[in-house]
Every structure is written in structure tokens, then in C-alpha cells.
Design a protein. Sequence first.
Length: 232
Amino acid sequence: MKLISYNLRKHRAAGELAALVERHAVDVLCLQECDTTDIPPAIEGLRLADSTQRNRLGLAVYYRENTYRPVEVRSMALKKSLHDRVLKPAEERMLGVRLHDIDNGHEFIVASFHAAPLTALNSLRRHQIRTALGELAELGPKLPIIMVGDYNYPVFKENLGQKVREQGYDLTLSDSRTYTRYRFFRGHYDFATSVGFSIDRVKTLPQGLSDHLPILVTAHPAAEAQAAAGAA
């Protein structure tokens, strides 16, 4: 499975999506900061599974229509930062989709995630990540899960990685930084947390109109996770 996650920077990079999907033969597309009233129902063979509805700038997940079938969708509002309470940019910060592989019958969960901005504390973002992963686990018990997006976590990622591992998940960074707008805050913002997946590579793609660079995740559900899910 090839998955792209992209923060569109207030929808500015929306015009790049068709070319990205076609160039990289993408199976799943996860978006952040998209204008959900101005996104198409399909992009180069990908079908819109769902998008958030209560955000000024929202989340969306697309899937390859001839490969997967959506089983269930769940969006979630997470603990709010002061920025969220005052400016209200994002009510829902996680959008998860349970997908059924048409060919082999396996199922897995993919999610688009957008953590609170840098004005919030890392502890709040860790709470959001922990809550989002817990919610996704309820969407499909024992199924492989991969959550990608803008984690807004440029420093102290070792601590975040430890907290994520304590919850049973892996944290995988891309091969180069994904945010370049401000020199002091440059770093890895966009990455993946997963369980039951073998992550082959997370590659940072060239920068477009967004201040975030898209990431391309190449992964496949681990065989032992699929066996456990089947036994359940």
C-alpha cells in the first residue's frame, strides 16, 4: 500500500493532488487543512471516503476505489488547546476509515490526524495522539492501524516515541524534514504511528505550495496481525 499524507496549508496545495496521486500510484490519500466544501468526490481513481464537517479547515481520506471498500468511518474531536478554543480552527482532529481489501478480504484502519498547533504543550498533543489511537482501536479490534498526518511535534520526539510504544504502537519518521517555513521550527512534523503494519519506507516528497512537504508511506499489514484479526 502506498499512502500520501499532506497538510495543504489552508487548501493552497489542493491543485497538486491529482499529479501526486498519479505520479506515485497512491492507494490512500490523507489530507489536513483542506477546505472540505471544495474537494472533489474522486481524484485519479481515488474515491472520497469521508471528510470532517465541523472544521473551518478539515480532514479528508481518499481510497483506491478498485482495491478497497470502506466499511466504517469515524471522526473525533480531541482535547482542545487554547488556540482551538479562541480561534476554533478545528473541531475534529482525527478521521479514521476502516477499509476492506477487495482481493484478499483483509481489513485495516487508516486515519488522517492533525494535532494542536505549536502554541499548545507537547503534553496536550500526546493526549490527543493517545486518545485518537484508542478510538481507532475500537473501530476495528485487533486490526492493523496506521495514523498519518501533521503531529506538530518538532522536538522531543524520542519521548513521544516512548509514549507511543508504551501504547503498543510504532512511530515512524520520514527520511527528511517535512516543515520548512520558519527556520527555528523546521523539522519532522508529518509522520506515522502504526500497529500491525510493516512500514517499508516514509519518504518526504518535494515541496509544493504548502509549508508542509507531503510524505509517501509504503507499508503493508503484517501477516501476524491479519492472522490475529481473522482468528478473532
